[in-house]
Design a protein around this ligand. Structure first.
Ligand code: PHE
Length: 339
């Protein structure tokens, strides 16, 4: 019996399990109902009285050693990894931070979505353009100030290689390659040589639109823009058109939407007027249609163009345009919850 106790003690000391299952098997083997230690306690009953003390101490020591060993191993396993959790495949995973969309993208997508519903498709074009697509085809007179070095970024002093100042250049490309009916919107980055301030930047984003078909009138233009404004700024939004000038549209107008912050009563953002300027628009000048190979006697159309930064500032109450370009996470994270 002494030998048996000694060998069980040795086995306990050398026991080193590879996983939690082996610990449990060891516990049952030793301390279970038919376990080795339990059996020895049974045998102990047959031991003559005078030897009971000596054997009793040895058996108790064995039992304690086994229990202690199991405890020790469990503790060390828990310390190295949380094995109970690791073993549970149904446990929910850790949340991975997934970032958020940039407010410019959010507003761009929203504008695209509204016009897609009206049957428009999205058109794209190059950021590096030539004079024809940015100015000449759009009826800019040769000495028009918009061509001036102060407004336009020219590449390597060549007056015919420049960064587009508006995405109307995409509309020219569409008109040159497609015959009406045409319904496109042209989102994209544009470049103007302007000093950077809270209200202006030398790089910004636009969405421009073009609708050409037979019998398109100014009433169609007005109704489309009203639909757009109500969708973007809410059902209560109203619009007003002020006469304006663009070389490529005649007549031309600038569009104001009722201030969504004060409901038209007048506040700091709308400078007390109750109105916010959101875009330029007009009926496409027949000269532009002819330049692009479209019969201006048969077809007419309207165009409009807006700055995404400006719309986004109005929608989210952003006061400084520079915030859009600084990549400050404290600013960007505020748009986490917007899809
Ligand atoms: N292209 C004009 C701009 O960049 C906007 C505009 C587009 C105005 C279409 C009228 C019609 O300012």
């Amino acid at each position: 019996m002494i030998n048996k106790i000694e060998s069980l003690l040795k086995e306990t000391k050398e026991f080193s399990p590879k996983n939690p299952t082996e610990i449990e098997e060891f516990r049952i083997k030793m301390l279970g109902k038919k376990g080795a230690v339990t059996e020895i306690f049974e045998e102990f009953k047959t031991i003559p009285g005078e030897k009971k003390k000596e054997f009793g101490q040895k058996i108790n020591a064995l039992k304690n050693a086994v229990q202690q060993k199991i405890e020790e191993i469990k503790n060390s396993l828990t310390a190295s990894y949380d094995y109970e959790k690791m073993d549970d495949p149904s446990r929910p995973g850790n949340n991975a931070p997934i970032g958020s969309r940039h407010p410019i993208s959010l507003v761009k997508n929203e504008i695209i979505e509204i016009f897609t519903r009206l049957g428009y498709t999205v058109a794209d074009g190059p950021e590096i353009e030539d004079d024809w697509h940015v100015f000449s085809a759009l009826n800019f007179p040769p000495e028009h100030p918009a061509r001036d070095m102060q407004d336009t970024f020219f590449i390597e002093k060549d007056p015919d290689v420049l960064l587009r100042t508006h995405t109307s250049s995409i509309q020219v490309r569409v008109m040159e390659t497609q015959q009406p009916p045409i319904r496109v919107i042209c989102p994209g980055r544009v470049f103007r040589n302007e000093a950077i301030s809270a209200r202006a930047h030398c790089i910004f984003h636009q969405v421009e639109g073009l609708y050409i078909d037979e019998n398109v009138t100014f009433a169609d233009l007005k109704q489309s823009i009203l639909y757009f404004a109500k969708d973007l700024f809410g059902e209560d939004a109203t619009i007003r058109l002020r006469p304006s000038y663009f070389p490529f549209t005649e007549p031309s107008a600038e569009v104001d939407v009722s201030c969504n912050l004060c409901g038209g009563k007048g506040c700091a953002v709308c400078k007390g007027s109750g109105w916010l300027e959101i875009m330029g628009c007009g009926m496409v000048d027949p000269n532009v249609l002819e330049s692009c190979g479209i019969d201006s006697n048969k077809y007419s159309g309207f165009a409009f163009g807006m700055g995404i930064e400006r719309i986004s500032m109005l929608k989210y109450g952003v006061r400084d345009l520079r915030l859009y370009f600084e990549n400050d996470l404290r600013f960007l994270r505020q748009f986490d919850s917007v899809i």
